[in-house]
Design a protein around this ligand. Structure first.
Ligand code: ATP
Ligand code: MG
Length: 296
């Protein structure tokens, strides 16, 4: 028989040593250790990605108070808000344990093969890719090319949100962009997620006020030479008596894009048709003329 202890004896001998060592620890060095779960994808959590991103991928200054910028913040998936034709919008909470927290909208673009809708190339005329490898990949529709395209729509929407927010147009504050995911302000009516204009039946005064707000917003865009490009009562949210315009990956250059004015006319038609149907007399051609005048 060997003198070596068996595994069981070894273990118990070790733990005996360990417990004797514990007994000797000066209570001064003993502190309460609060173990909390590391964020992980399986539980729908991750560390806040805010500071991992380049400056250009974080929202414009001044950063509103409600944005949680703590490095120790954790992002938690709260589920799908709405699945769209080319992107899905999720609710995401960013919170610091025992500290500030906020629920944001996370818009995640799908790559081309997962879309139910393909934009016509008239939107993208004149858009440049970062490098010729990306351009070739997009032309050949490789997997990389499709990913680049999804990222480009996200980036296009990010840039519009940044520009328009900085110009004071009522759009959600863009918090950050990470590849194909944009985190932005969740528009609410104070309690619930804001309904789309299409679902509402405002009284006369509110209806008139909504139209004025929309006209002002469209005028600022036109002043920059831009049209929303897909404006409709489905891409306008009602935050109480305030309107907020969303879904901006396709803003069109009215001047440089040969069909830019067609997009502007369509935007005017879509919104005026809705206001007329709700009983406010507005003229799409008058609106179009007014906006065109601000563009040139
Ligand atoms: N910031 C936000 N705050 C509140 N709700 C939002 C926000 N962004 C998007 N939504 C909701 O998610 C829906 C889809 O968003 P969005 O229009 O930007 O994406 P989409 O993929 O173009 O969708 P669709 O195909 O329906 O137009 C909106 O109609 C709106 O109800
Ligand atoms: Mg939309």
């Amino acid at each position: 028989m060997s003198d070596e202890p068996t595994l069981a004896e070894h273990t118990s001998a070790d733990s005996g040593t360990a417990s004797r060592a514990d007994d000797r620890i000066d209570p001064f060095f003993v502190f309460d250790f609060h173990a909390y779960d590391e964020p992980d994808a399986d539980s729908g959590t991750r560390w806040s990605t805010y500071w991992d991103l380049e400056r250009l991928c974080r929202g414009p200054e001044p950063v509103p108070d409600w944005v949680v910028t703590d490095r120790a913040a954790v992002d938690t998936e709260l589920g799908v808000l709405k699945t769209g034709k080319e992107a899905d919008v999720f609710l995401l909470e960013r919170a610091v344990e025992g500290g500030p927290s906020v629920v944001m909208a996370a818009k995640r673009y799908r790559s081309e093969e997962h879309r139910t809708f393909h934009r016509s190339s008239t939107y993208t005329e004149g858009r440049r890719t970062r490098n010729s490898r990306d351009a070739r990949a997009m032309a050949k529709q490789t997997a990389h090319g499709r990913a680049v395209a999804a990222g480009q729509w996200a980036w296009a929407e990010w840039e519009s949100l940044e520009t328009l927010w900085s110009l004071g147009v009522p759009v959600p504050y863009p918090v950050q962009i990470d590849g194909t995911e944009i985190l932005m302000e969740l528009v609410t009516d104070g309690q619930d997620v804001a309904p789309r204009l299409a679902q509402t039946r405002p009284g006369r005064d509110l209806l008139a006020s909504y139209f004025e707000q929309l006209r002002d917003a469209m005028a600022v865009l036109a002043g920059q030479g831009l049209a929303h490009g897909d404006l409709s009562p489905y891409n306008i949210l009602t935050a109480g008596d305030r309107l907020v315009i969303i879904d901006l990956p396709q803003t069109v250059d009215i001047v440089a894009n040969p069909t830019g004015t067609d997009f502007l006319m369509r935007d005017c038609h879509n919104v005026c048709t809705w206001f007329n149907a709700r009983g406010l007399e507005v003229d799409e051609h008058a609106l179009f003329g007014e906006l065109l005048a601000s563009a040139f």
